[in-house]
Design a protein around this ligand. Structure first.
Ligand code: AVJ
Ligand code: FE
Length: 450
């Protein structure tokens, strides 16, 4: 069964069954990610940017206890004594290894105990009458939270040393796209959502936004093109960089995307323990916002704004309607997008013709998160729900918005309206980008916009 019909319309019993399935699916993934390494690896810090895997694991259980056992279920706390350890705002990631954390065995039994109670609560709690439980929202928030931490754990896996421990089938083959970029005629569309039952607070409410005509790349920027930027001295040429970007690229000594490795005169890359030649047809990944911005300037383009990205992804020019995804309203299937860690890499450009937007923009959803030029700001009418620390405390100019999800994002997270954000220097996430530009006057000749 698919997400939207069940979430929106199904009777309570079908909804409960579907929620249990989503919780189970997230837990299976967590189990795979934490079971793939030994105990020592689980408690070790693989990078100061990341928590030890065992912290994410217990934090997932602790959030589930706070929201579903205590709040929704009204039950007694299981382990109130550990709340503080797993509160992301109490301890920065770099400090987490030195905390008296639950060990792996204690963590497994804690999260299992929480889950057993949650499934019991899910059987009986009313799924209406209170915004927190309406259409099982809190359960959806927690399933998404676990999937988001699974993606974070996947990024930790990418940072860990040693031979490969994860495996997945290769993605589908790419193809040459009919055009490298398309003109998107401007108009007004409905950005964000008030209809998706499990949309998080920062995606709400639906509101009209006017977008001027722009041109956007039909695919994310690939390694082939990015390599030219690297090899023609892009990292040494101040012209392409914003002042903050130039300052960063100099002080951090960046010369290429993270996980690229020198290979004779050329470049190879490290991917989940595999040292492999650079796949030229694959979207570039592990670049920070500043690198994306510099590449776009070098190419004579710019990054899309967040509104442009969503307009390209959701606006249907033939009907004027805003849809859920680039391909329409259907939930993402394996032919639409590379999501859910089904593959352990982005797919080559052109691998998802069925995922194209009406104007032929592809791979907007899945493969790599796409940096936009926009700061992470609330939509007009934003209301923090159910807690300020999900979105509210992050709004402002410190964070840039990323859209579309990566190969490591689950479909219950990768909505067309989902907003991710990170510092403009971050590279460990599965992020790439595509370029946009203002149209040349002759490109607008004869264009009638609606
Ligand atoms: C939306 C990915 C930025 O990981 O910091 C996890 C998601 N929030 N636990 C993050 C999140 C609380 C968040 N991002
Ligand atoms: Fe969290």
């Amino acid at each position: 069964m698919t997400t939207y019909p069940v979430l929106r319309d199904a009777g309570t019993e079908a909804l409960r069954a579907w929620v249990a399935e989503q919780l189970g699916k997230a837990r299976d993934r967590t189990t795979r990610l934490t079971g793939a390494v030994d105990e020592d690896d689980l408690v070790r810090q693989h990078s100061r940017l990341m928590s030890p895997l065992v912290w994410d694991f217990a934090h997932v259980g602790n959030q589930e206890e706070l929201w579903l056992v205590r709040d929704v279920g009204g039950r007694e706390p299981i382990r109130a004594d550990i709340d503080e350890l797993y509160d992301a705002f109490q301890h920065p990631r770099a400090d987490r290894p030195s905390l008296p954390l639950l060990n792996p065995a204690q963590t497994r039994s804690y999260v299992a105990e929480v889950r057993a109670k949650v499934l019991d609560i899910l059987d009986t709690v009313p799924l209406e009458g209170r915004p927190l439980v309406d259409r099982a929202f809190a359960f959806g928030m927690i399933a998404q939270h676990e999937q988001q931490h699974d993606e974070t754990m996947l990024a930790t896996h990418q940072l860990r040393q040693g031979p490969p421990v994860l495996d997945a089938a290769p993605p589908p083959a790419g193809r040459r796209l009919p055009a490298a970029e398309v003109l998107v005629p401007g108009g007004t569309f409905t950005m964000g959502t008030s209809a998706e039952p499990w949309a998080l607070d920062n995606e709400r409410p639906a509101h009209p936004v006017e977008v001027a005509s722009f041109v956007i790349d039909t695919a994310p920027v690939g390694n082939r093109d990015y390599l030219r930027f690297v090899e023609t001295g892009g990292y040494d040429d101040e012209r392409w960089w914003s002042p903050a970007g130039w300052e960063h690229v100099r002080t951090a000594g960046l010369v290429a995307p993270r996980f690229w490795e020198r290979d004779g005169d050329g470049w190879a890359r490290l991917r989940f323990g595999h040292h492999e030649s650079l796949p030229l047809d694959e979207p570039v990944m592990h670049v920070c916002f500043y690198e994306a911005e510099a590449y776009a300037a070098w190419a004579g383009k710019r990054l899309p704004t967040e509104a442009e990205w969503e307009y390209a992804a959701r606006h249907d020019p033939s009907t004027g309607r805003t849809r859920r995804y680039p391909w329409g309203d259907a939930d993402p299937g394996p032919d639409h997008a590379n999501l859910g860690q089904r593959h352990l890499r982005p797919a080559p450009v052109g691998a998802y013709p069925a995922g194209a937007s009406p104007l032929g923009v592809e791979q907007l959803v899945g493969d790599v998160w796409e940096w936009t030029s926009s700061d992470f700001l609330p939509y007009p009418g934003f209301v923090a729900f159910p807690y300020d620390e999900y979105s509210l405390v992050f709004f402002g100019s410190s964070y840039k918005v990323l859209r579309g999800g990566s190969f490591g994002t689950d479909e219950i997270v990768a909505r067309g309206t989902f907003r991710n954000w990170d510092y403009p220097i971050r590279r460990q996430i599965f992020a790439g980008f595509r370029c946009a530009r203002d149209p040349r006057p002759e490109e607008l000749d004869g264009l009638v916009t609606r």
